[in-house]
Design a protein around this ligand. Structure first.
Ligand SMILES: C[S@@+](CC[C@H](N)C(=O)[O-])C[C@H]1O[C@@H](n2cnc3c(N)ncnc32)[C@H](O)[C@@H]1O
Length: 344
C-alpha cells in the first residue's frame, strides 16, 4: 500500500475544501513539509488548526516507521515570509514534552491544481482490523477489499481519518467488541447497542459503530467544524442524523461536551462510551462518565500516551472505575473502562 493518510482537519474556515479549491483558479499555496517523530504527530495535528491551518495530511512509510511526513497546504496570500517564520516559532514548544526539537520546516510553492492533486494522492482506501475499510468519498472499494464494511469519509473532515494510532486503536476495539457480541460474520454484530461518542471529530468512531450495527449513537464535539464534518460524513454513509429533537435518527449529534451528551442520551446512559481525547482532557471529563455509561457498560478511552496510563488509571480507580491499558500502537494506548465491581 502507498503512503497512509493521517488525520486531516476540517476546511472549517469556510475554505474551499477539495471541490472549491479546484474551482478557484489563480490561488497559489505553500506546501509545508516536515519529517517528524511519531510522538509529535498528535500535538501538531492539534496545534495546526488552532493557527488556522486545516489542510493537513500525514504519511507513514512502511520502510521508516519511526518517521512520518507531515504535509500542510497554506494559502500563499495569507502566509508571507514573516508569518511562516512565526509559525515555526509557534510550533517549536511542541517538542519539549518529548525532549525533541521541532524538525526543520520545508516550504514549496505550488499552484492550486497541484494542491488538489497532492491532497488526493494522500488518500487511499485504508483497511482497519479484519472488516473495516476507510474509503475516501470519491473512491469505490477495490475488488480485494469489497468484502469489508466501508466507512466513507470526506477529506476535508475533522481529526479522525482513521489512520492515527489512537483512532485505529478505538476502531480495532470496536471491532473486537463486535466479534465478541455477534461475531464479525453477522450482519449487525453490535445490534441493540447504544453508543456515546465524546469528542467525535470527523465522526469516524460513531460511523464505525453504526456500520457494525449499533442501533443508535449520540455524539458531541466542542468544535463546530467537527459537528459539520460528522454530519457530512454521516450523510455520505446514508445514516440518518439529527439533534434528537425531531424524528429519531441513527446519529444524534450536537455541539458541546459531556453535559450535552447526557441530554442527547435522554437520561439513559450508553452501553459503550468512546472517548479519544488527550489524557488531561479525559481526566477532566472523567467525573461525567458515571452519567454517560450504564453500570454494565464498557468504555474505550484513547488519545493517551502509554506513559500516561498509570496516572489515569489511578484517577479513574478513585472514581470507582476499573481502567486498564489493553492495547497500544506506537506510544499511544487504549484503555478499557468498566465499573469496579468491588466498590459498585
Ligand atoms: C483526537 S480527536 C478524536 C476524533 C475522533 N473521535 C477519532 O477518534 O478520530 C479529539 C476530538 O475531541 C474534541 N474535544 C476536545 N476536547 C473536548 C471536550 N472537552 N468535549 C468534547 N469534545 C472535545 C476535539 O475537538 C476533537 O475533535
Amino acid at each position: 500500500m502507498g503512503p497512509t493518510p493521517e488525520p486531516a482537519f476540517p476546511p472549517g474556515d469556510g475554505s474551499p475544501g477539495l471541490a472549491g479549491a479546484q474551482g478557484s483558479g489563480a490561488m497559489a499555496w505553500w506546501r509545508l513539509e516536515m519529517v517528524c517523530a511519531p510522538e509529535l504527530e498528535e500535538s501538531l495535528l492539534w496545534k495546526l488548526p488552532t493557527l488556522g491551518i486545516s489542510r493537513v495530511a500525514l504519511t507513514h512509510r512502511p520502510e521508516s516507521p519511526q518517521r512520518c511526513l507531515l504535509l500542510a497546504w497554506l494559502p500563499e496570500i495569507d502566509w508571507p515570509a514573516p508569518e511562516r517564520v512565526e509559525l515555526a516559532r509557534a510550533l517549536a514548544p511542541l517538542g519539549e514534552p518529548f525532549g525533541l526539537s521541532l524538525p526543520p520546516l520545508a516550504w514549496h510553492r505550488q499552484d492550486d491544481e497541484d494542491w488538489s492533486l497532492s491532497w488526493k494522492q494522500h488518500w487511499q482506501p485504508d483497511p482497519v482490523g479484519q472488516t473495516l475499510l476507510i474509503l475516501p468519498a470519491w473512491l469505490e472499494a477495490p475488488a480485494d477489499q469489497a468484502h469489508r464494511r466501508p466507512i466513507r469519509m470526506d477529506p476535508g473532515s475533522a481529526f479522525g481519518t482513521g489512520s492515527h494510532p489512537s483512532t485505529r486503536l478505538c476502531l480495532e476495539a470496536l471491532e473486537a467488541l463486535a466479534e465478541q457480541r455477534g461475531g464479525l460474520g453477522a450482519l449487525a454484530p453490535l445490534e441493540g447497542l447504544r453508543v456515546a461518542d465524546l469528542g467525535c471529530g470527523s465522526g469516524i468512531l460513531a460511523l464505525a459503530a453504526l456500520r457494525l450495527g449499533a442501533c443508535q449513537v449520540a455524539a458531541v464535539d466542542t468544535d463546530s467544524l467537527a459537528i459539520r464534518s460528522t454530519t457530512e460524513n454521516a450523510r455520505l454513509n446514508d445514516f440518518t442524523v439529527g439533534d434528537g429533537s425531531l424524528a429519531p435518527a441513527q446519529l444524534r449529534l450536537a455541539l458541546g461536551s459531556a453535559s450535552t451528551l447526557e441530554i442527547l442520551l435522554e437520561g439513559r446512559p450508553a452501553d459503550l462510551l468512546l472517548c479519544n481525547i488527550l489524557a488531561p482532557v479525559i481526566e477532566a471529563l472523567s467525573p461525567s462518565f458515571r452519567s454517560l455509561l450504564a453500570p454494565a457498560g464498557v468504555g474505550f478511552l484513547s488519545g493517551l500516551l502509554v506513559d500516561q496510563a498509570p496516572g489515569l488509571e489511578k484517577v479513574l480507580a478513585a472514581q470507582g472505575w476499573r481502567a486498564q491499558l489493553v492495547a497500544r500502537q506506537e506510544s499511544w494506548g487504549l484503555m478499557r473502562l468498566e465499573i469496579r465491581r468491588d466498590v459498585a
